[in-house]
Design a protein around this ligand. Sequence first.
Ligand code: AMP
Length: 296
Amino acid sequence: MQVIEAIEALRQQRKKLPGTLGLVPTMGALHDGHLALVETARSENDSVLVTIFINPTQFAANEDLDRYPRDLPGDLRLLEQCGVDLVFTPTPEVMYPARYQTYVIVEDVAQGLEGKQRPEHFRGVATVVAKLFNLAQADCAYFGQKDAQQVVVIRRMAYDLNFPLEIKIHPTIREADGLAMSSRNRYLNADERKAAPVLYRALQVVGAAYRSGERQPKILLQKAHDTLRTEALAQVEYVALNDARTLERVESPTDTPLLLSMAVRFGGTRLIDNCLLPLEFNDYAGLTATLGAINT
Ligand code: AMP
């Protein structure tokens, strides 16, 4: 496994990789959620490139850029065990040298939900992912459903800008009690950690109501709020129901796949989680493939 910091070296080593290449972009502090993406990339490609870069342009000034967890030696050990070929660990100066001034803006799908709470976030995400796509020249890139809106934004960007690669989505990996794995979970104190699985419980309650035939968005959302309210430490930022493909807000009953998503604070830690409705829905490739159709 080679670890590379510079762009020229990455281009050279990339050229030497045989066959198809799978790309897994991350911000490091790797956990089993990340590793599931890496293992899938490993099983579906001849070569695998993982990037570790805490991208400053997707953090607002008041966010956790400075305290975001970092553990490069630990990350590299895990990636070596997964059989990764190349790890790209650029510094911010490598990705954004002096006088950098080019950004990628994805419009409608980046505006609600996380985009509303974090206005510059997806401009930073789309920009860094576009740069990584150009640098990696991969055949497939792997992203987690944990960041549901990111999935839609990247899929949209790849389609709109004609990036010649396939976007693959991996289901969310969870702890035994249902908490979605996240590098930010380590910020939680013991009481907050105990309370945090309420997000998963809320998703399950709504999923069960949907399964029994409930389609009224207001009632589905109410059930999520009722569940979240059972944990005193949970401060709800938003709970939302959107069309899973377009992210348009859903205000009346429909049978098209829905995205139920939420952001909840526990003390100073902000957690997000989501599920698709119906809960069994897992046709991520289908959602990507329909993009051409919903364009028109
Ligand atoms: P991050 O390092 O948080 O930027 O995440 C890197 C990639 O791993 C993104 O595509 C995330 O959506 C994905 N990811 C993070 N947590 C999970 C999880 N619990 N399950 C599946 N994928 C995840």
